[in-house]
Design a protein around this ligand. Sequence first.
Ligand code: C2E
Ligand code: MG
Ligand code: MG
Ligand code: MG
Length: 282
Amino acid sequence: QAKHRGKSAYSHFAPEMTEVSHERLQMESRMRRALELQEFELYYQPIVETGSGRLHGVEALLRWNNPAMGMVMPDRFIPLAEETGLIIPIGEWVLEEACRAAMGWQQETGREIVISVNVSPRQFRDPGFTDAVTRALERSGLAPHLLELEITERLILDNSIETAEILRQLDRRGIKLSLDDFGTGYSALGYLKTYPFDTLKIDRSFTQDVMKEQESASLVRAIINMAHSLGLKVIAEGVEEEAQTHFLQREGCDYSQGYFYSRPQPAPEFDQWLKTNRRVNH
Ligand code: C2E
Ligand code: MG
Ligand code: MG
Ligand code: MG
């Protein structure tokens, strides 16, 4: 009977699996050429001081414009880029492009603006990673304390000595480290004191419900207090409504990011936002 089931399952699922792996292969071969064809683009989203709305930093968010697929969002292609290792050259490009853009904004505004760059575990663990960071800083002339690397709990789950050592090395150089999507991963909190994080980013799944659910409000309040007592700054992600900003301000959340302030925008539009947005120049 098992044999029979196996056979029918095979004949039923095989064509779909072939289709899926064909799609993957096609995406992979397109991704291999995407860098040289200049199909990647960074979008920029401001991170502001919660009370004043004054600009604090900017997060760089990757987009892939492919003629056949249109605009591909990171959740659709980053996993494949990680599996194939393509995230390493792509990530280097992101670092260089983001640091160069940030240097341009400092020169234009005369102000220090932090640039936040997402780094995936595979990229972080690559032996060339710290060199890539150094190159991006040197080529752009950006000061190390204006670069913030966003990593997730996924990276430190492995508890490896190498990971800890690289985090400390980056920290000693003055580069900022932030813990992205806080609250969505595994709830071991010990690593918050073990690793040299500067900033904790509250995942938008919590922020989005603070006005709807007492539980989410309590969690956000607790996260902010815990982070502050550990000496970390806090960014709330996914702020979409004004009421949320009042709540976050009352609770002492340092920074906020979300559609309420601005959607992620391509460089020319972001430059325009920077020029016309009066909050920047407070
Ligand atoms: P993330 O780092 O947590 O980035 C925040 C995501 O939330 C972004 O999605 C952003 O567009 C979205 N977002 C911002 N404000 C709001 C809001 O008010 N409401 C809602 N609903 N969403 C908001 P995006 O750009 O699609 O990026 C998704 C994820 O892909 C990122 O999550 C990050 O983990 C990853 N990613 C993006 N760029 C890169 C990159 O250059 N390298 C790597 N390794 N990962 C990247
Ligand atoms: Mg991020
Ligand atoms: Mg530090
Ligand atoms: Mg996040």
